[in-house]
Ligand binder design. Sequence first.
Ligand code: UD1
Length: 423
Amino acid sequence: MDKLRITGGVPLKGEIIISGAKNAALKLLAASLLTEETLTLYNVPQLADVNMMAKLLEQHGVAIESGPCKVGQGCTYTLNAANITSLVAPYELVSKMRASVVVLGPLLTRFGDAKVSLPGGCAIGTRPIDMHLYALSAMGAEIRLEEGYVHALAPNGLHGAEIQFDKVSVGATENALMAATLAKGTTIINNAAREPEIGDLAHCLVSMGAKIEGIGTDRLVVKGVDRLHGAEHRVLPDRIETGTYMAAAAITGGDIELIGGDVSQLEAVIEKFEEAGVTITSTARGLRATSNGKLKGIDIQTQPHPGFPTDMQAQFMAMLAVADGSSLITENIFENRFMHVPELARMGAKVVVHGHSAMIRGAEKLTAAEVMATDLRASVSLVLAALAAKGETTINRIYHLDRGYEMLEEKLGACGARIERIH
Ligand code: UD1
């Protein structure tokens, strides 16, 4: 299993090209199931999760071609779902990637039948899919639970409905949105998630002929159409990757320009960086994060977009571990999303967890250690800590990083990081 070896202490300076957003790309790939015509996606990041979604779609019968792939411009994917051969998303694939559940809405709405393995437990909490199922049954699906699978049936197609989510869920909003595009009549999704990746998906669906109003708001109104057609769409830049490299500049007292980084997607994150003493400026090509290495303790609460994203929580914890003073991080989205704490503690971070909150007392410095990556964002928080720590850190189990960070070593290495992958 691959490991990363990082020798910390170098202020990172340079530029990094931001890849296409993983969380948008996965759903956009699944949107190909909605039409028998070809969907072309540009700027798809080369990631293990993307390969996994492609494998799942191929298993359903989608014909996929990928390439050319260019550094910084991702890959072009062409997907054609004219000959769907299976309506079942099997356990072997869904259990490896929870986002697979997003094929449920498209398959059901186009074919009236879809069977998806229940994703099962996950490292960052139980993560149920009850809201996905509620939305689909409101649109007329009959939901059966059969031997670990969700079997959704709508032999006469789905119909429009007023959906009232009692919580904000990215995945449930996406499943409901895709299902609604081909449902008969109008669907209103109230309390919809507003993450930029959902806006990106909605814009792609509109290019495919969907009728969607309220994009970017918490109320989506979808007028169902008889069929969708092919389209071309470019995946938006990854705001979490952008934020992660901003944290790399901050924690090392460096200066990095994030080419393609979009300030408008990162307002809550930028506000917190600035509060912690990091200078963020817009540039012609993206944005720039500069730090003199003097960071201040701050408080953070994770919230659905436009609030502070849970996917940036672990990275901020690494950064605040070396800030002056105390910080309080409250995780409101996922239970059990503090798995990075014991590993950061091995590197000298002073963190106390109480329920959904973590109190961080800034330490003078972090020290190198052998640590283990747990989930995607937890893993990258260890990379950040290692970049700032004195000595040589070894990070084990880095396959999590390959799920979500394209060319991580190359991007950080180009800014001066001493980082190598050990096979
Ligand atoms: C997506 C992102 C993930 C991000 C998360 C929150 C992808 C592939 N993943 O995950 O990186 O951290 O949004 O921004 O896009 N919930 C229920 N019932 C449901 C669905 C969700 O109770 O049916 C709960 C979850 O347990 C969680 C909260 O709602 O507590 C938010 O989850 P959700 O927004 O659905 O996250 P994902 O779409 O899985």
